[in-house]
Design a protein around this ligand. Structure first.
Ligand SMILES: [Zn+2]
Length: 535
């Protein structure tokens, strides 16, 4: 039924035959990093880019950019769209500084929203005065109705007693379940998240999604790579995002990665991409000290983190998906997990060579030299999140405590780019917020300063490289004649700013297919009628 509906929704948007000419600083983000003076948009596509305006356009009045700059619209190469939509409408705990401010945020939320079940996001032991997670019994004193607070890294949570009673018994036998403290990690966390998200109403989810699209557009984004499949019944989130993407009132591009090891689910939907985090995560994360490392964590010599799958399991999955012609993306944070991913890609490619696969690794925070070499040699991309380098919920001091000297080897962007590795920029939202200007700022101000990139390179991570990572570079990602006119006017020229100020960069106007983006996305009528038929 969903596939039928998908094919019925007409994705064509008419841009008419209107024309716009821009004059000023145009950062094309093409392969030569060309900066030029004029761009002509006609009927939703780019008709001309260059330093002299051709005679035939000379009667038109150009839009003067002045101190502003025109760039390709931004793109986000990895985020969890339904979680981000959901969490942006629930209790946000990022601002909590200690247990008492957490309690205040919780009670204000409960009073204003009156939810049956409280779902909160963004708690971090590292940014709380207490420097530890709250416990089940402490949470009981704050709230009687069922509560689950998800950690900022989206890989662990804490529950109160009412929630503990609500969760099905079989969940309590899973790895990572601790009923005493209320902490849930690994499989127990994923199962509990699945269970709770399956209770969210479809209509509420859709409304949150529509407003999330508007929020991203306000940051200049018009292309995203959402990793979906977080446990909604029948993988509803995957289908909703696909359908929504096809019928939005403003064109906005979604390239869905389905987080599953079951290739037939993806093939049945005729999706070309598989992977992401959750079911296709090879390890945990630094926040819970379960990212898989070759050498143990500094403060815990017994702990090298956790590989969720055996090498054989990863190899089999990658080979099957690769052989079916799918594009594969795997979450790997620690060097041991990154190595496992790279080895699997290497084997799959040796068994069945394919030039333009564009397989990639999400995060790849710690990479050994061998992994870097293989990524460069095979054209394996990295979906990076520069904003993680500047996350107060997971500060440098904490990473240094658990990783020692290895902290300075995290996300070696300069090295990667110099080796010719494709590095795309994303947010991993809801972990960090989708905000490419801030991502650019972090990539240009790496805490290991020798690994910083230039503003043009950072700009391309969030434009051209992300388009490349979803095979969209033929049509999008740079301002070149013939391409679709998805463009952004920035309030300043990032190439002329002090890199320390890049976070101040603002999107002034987003154009999608040559038209100004109008906030207030609507649900396609066809989808609305199918989901909520009139009685
Ligand atoms: Zn992720």
């Amino acid at each position: 039924m969903i596939q039928d509906l998908y094919e019925k929704i007409n994705p064509e948007f008419s841009s008419g035959d209107a024309m716009k000419i821009f004059e000023g600083t145009i950062l094309t983000c093409d392969k030569n990093d060309t900066v030029c003076q004029y761009l002509v948009e006609k009927a939703g596509r780019i008709a001309y880019v260059g330093n002299e305006l051709p005679e035939k356009y000379s009667k038109e009045n150009p839009i003067q950019l002045g101190k502003k700059a025109l760039i390709p619209s931004f793109a986000d190469s990895h985020l969890h769209f339904s979680s981000y939509s959901l969490f942006s409408a629930t209790l946000d705990l990022r601002a909590a500084t200690d247990f008492s401010s957490l309690s205040e945020l919780l009670s204000t939320y409960v009073q204003t929203s009156d939810p049956k079940v409280v779902l909160g996001f963004g708690i971090s032991a590292h940014s709380l005065v207490e420097q530890r997670m709250i416990t089940r019994t402490e949470l009981d004193k704050m709230e009687k109705r069922p509560v689950m607070l998800v950690k900022y890294d989206g890989h662990a949570s804490v529950i109160n007693t009412a929630m503990k009673k609500m969760l099905p018994a079989k969940m309590k036998k899973l790895r990572g379940y601790n009923g005493d403290t209320g902490q849930l990690f690994q499989e127990a966390f994923f199962a509990a998240t699945d269970y709770i998200t399956s209770k969210v109403s479809v209509i509420a989810l859709i409304q949150h999604m529509l407003s999330a699209v508007d929020t991203m557009a306000s940051k200049g984004i018009s292309l995203v790579h959402p990793a979906e499949g977080i446990g909604f019944l029948l993988d509803l989130d995957v289908d909703l995002v696909r359908l929504l993407a096809r019928g939005l009132s403003n064109p906005f591009q979604f390239r869905v990665f389905f987080q599953t090891m079951e290739t037939q689910k993806v093939l049945k939907r005729k999706l070309p991409r598989i992977g992401g985090c959750f079911a296709t995560a090879l390890d945990g994360c630094f926040g819970s000290c379960d990212a898989a490392l070759f050498q143990p964590y500094e403060q815990d010599p017994q702990n090298k983190g956790i590989l969720f799958y055996t090498d054989q399991q990863v190899d089999d999955f990658v080979q099957t998906a690769h052989d079916k012609g799918l594009q594969v993306q795997l979450h790997a944070i620690g060097d041991a997990a990154v190595d496992q991913a790279v080895q699997a890609f290497d084997r799959a490619l040796k068994n069945n060579f394919r030039t333009d696969h564009r397989h990639s690794i999400i995060h790849a925070s710690l990479m050994g030299p061998k992994s870097l070499d293989l990524c460069a040699a095979h054209g394996i991309g990295i979906a990076a999140q520069p904003a993680l380098l500047n996350l107060n919920l997971e500060p440098y001091g904490y990473l240094e405590k658990i990783l020692g000297q290895r902290v300075n080897k995290i996300s070696p962007f300069r090295t990667m780019l110099d080796m010719g590795i494709h590095v795309s920029g994303g947010s991993d939202a809801p972990v960090t917020l989708p905000d490419p200007a801030f991502g650019m700022h972090c990539a240009c101000n790496h805490y290991t300063s020798s690994q910083s990139v230039t503003p043009m390179e950072a700009l391309k991570m969030f434009t051209h490289e992300t388009a490349w990572a979803s095979f969209d570079d033929g049509d999008r990602g740079s301002l070149e004649p013939g391409k679709i006119a998805d463009m952004v006017i920035l309030d300043q020229n990032p190439l002329e700013m002090d890199t320390q100020d890049l976070f101040r960069l603002k999107t002034q106007t987003l154009y999608v297919q040559g038209k100004k983006y109008e906030p207030g996305q609507k649900l396609p009528e066809l989808l609305w009628n199918a989901l909520f038929p009139k009685k």
